[in-house]
Design a protein around this ligand. Structure first.
Ligand code: LLP
Length: 442
């Protein structure tokens, strides 16, 4: 069965009676006019559909827990939808912890990840009652034990391990290979467990955690990852008599940015993980552990699009035709950072005949600020509204104020209604943290 991550566009995308694209029952040209561009648009129906994909696909394993990886897109509106869908949260900073806390999330369903969590961040996590902390390294074990002791608390932890699995994705977003900066090497696990048992009395170890990478299209590696986690749990039980009852397999499932991408369905991944889990429970003779997964991109990417207004254009003699939009690498760093490819349509000309290829340039002062290379679009004019698909994940969350440009607004659309969930930054917001030292003032 096809799942939402395999769709190029939000599920509610269609051409309406005005001849324009609409999403969530909202005309994209009207949205651009009402809220301005660039504009991030999130389709609530698509977001809830993918949550259901995950819940249905994994329901065969009763002890499963979905944790949304907030790093893909974190704000209070999105957090409250995911919390309402029954998801927990993977967070990686004070900012993400505070956002989900303020959104009213049940903090016992939050897991704090990261390879260099600070004293202040770990303290905040304990203070706000974050359910699990995935400890990444020896330094953090000792730091967290000390902080937990000073609060008179016991920290509930997982150990992040590096399973030694290489996935075929962009090298910047591989994480599970052996010389990764994340987690304990398999050969270091015993030392960490010994330290927890003998020295760190304020830590309670519940299980193991791994994450192999992102935008992954391979399927069998999820089974291999599960086997490594189970095998280690069984080994720890045998060697230390310590029964761990949680495994967290991270995120990573890919999405369809262009027609060339064929990500597997959530059902395929779920079946591979659950079958291997059941097999391994038998093989290694352990009690079935609780399974945690933490998808980010595959939850939020497809639900999101970005609207831009087309401005200037340039025909290089005997070269490319460039059209520039009013956003670019500051609201979507992925093309310039990873060479990521995107698909787009013109919201006010969705069914016009496609003409020659154009290159969509951003408005930022760098030659590398190209959003889409060589895409076939209809004849373009200044003022056309471009809809770039699959921008829900790692766009707003990686956005910057480069060139001192304000970050765009984000609207949630559903049933013909649109609501702001992130306000557009103002010029005042941009200077809000600046100070001119007294001695420089005239
Ligand atoms: N869990 C952990 C521990 C992670 O490090 C990540 C992503 C996830 C879960 C969620 O993975 P996902 O399901 O989203 O693939 N900025 C890059 C992606 C970096 C992913 C970092 N870790 C990009 O734009 O492609």
């Amino acid at each position: 069965m096809e799942t939402t991550n395999q769709s190029l566009k939000p599920l509610t995308t269609k051409i309406n009676e005005n001849g324009n694209l609409e999403i969530g029952g909202c005309d994209l040209v009207d949205l651009a006019e009402k809220y301005g561009t660039p504009l991030y648009v999130v389709d609530e129906y698509t977001l809830r559909a993918v949550c259901n994909d995950y819940k249905n696909a994994f329901k065969k394993y009763p002890k499963v827990n979905m944790m949304y990886a907030s790093k893909a897109l974190c704000n209070m509106g999105i957090s409250s939808i995911l919390s309402n869908e029954g998801f927990g949260f993977d967070v990686v900073s004070s900012g993400e912890i505070y956002t989900v806390f303020k959104a009213g999330v049940d903090m016992s369903k939050v897991l704090f990840n990261g390879n260099n969590k600070s004293f202040d961040e770990l303290s905040l996590a304990l203070k706000l009652g974050v359910g699990r902390i995935s400890v990444d390294n020896f330094f953090e074990l000792s730091l967290l034990d000390e902080i937990a002791k000073s609060y008179g608390k016991t920290a509930d932890i997982l150990l992040r391990i590096t399973p030694g699995i290489e996935c075929h994705t962009h090298e910047y977003i591989q994480t599970g290979h052996l010389d990764s900066k994340f987690g304990f090497d398999l050969t270091q696990i015993d030392e960490a467990v010994e330290l927890i048992i003998n020295n760190y009395k304020n830590l309670r170890l519940h299980g193991l955690h791994a994450h192999i990478g992102s935008q992954i299209f391979e399927t069998s590696i999820y089974g291999d990852e599960i086997e490594i986690l189970i095998k280690e749990i069984a080994r720890i039980d045998e060697k230390f008599g310590l029964k761990l009852d949680e495994i967290n397999a991270g995120g990573g499932l890919g999405v369809k940015y262009t027609d060339n991408d064929c990500p597997p369905s959530v059902y395929t991944i779920a079946d591979i993980m659950i079958n291997r889990l059941n097999e391994c429970v038998e093989k290694y003779n352990i009690e079935p552990p609780a399974l945690f997964i933490e998808p980010g991109r595959s939850i939020i990417s497809t639900a999101g699009v970005t609207l831009y207004t087309l401005g200037s254009s340039k025909q290089v003699p005997k070269g490319k035709t460039y059209f520039a939009v009013d956003g670019g690498m500051a609201d979507n760093a992925r093309p310039s950072m990873y060479g990521a490819e995107y698909f787009a349509q013109v919201a006010n000309k969705p069914d016009y005949e496609l003409s020659t290829s154009v290159t969509i340039a951003g408005r930022f002062c760098e030659s590398g600020d190209i959003l889409i290379k060589d895409i076939k679009l209809p004849d373009l004019e200044e003022g056309d509204i471009l809809c770039v698909y699959n921008t829900g994940a790692y766009n707003y969350s990686m956005s910057s104020n480069y060139n001192r440009v304000q970050k765009p607004a984000m609207v949630l659309v559903n049933n013909s209604q649109s609501d702001i969930i992130v306000n557009r930054e103002t010029l005042e917001d941009l200077i809000a943290h600046d100070e001119i030292p007294q001695r420089l003032r005239k």
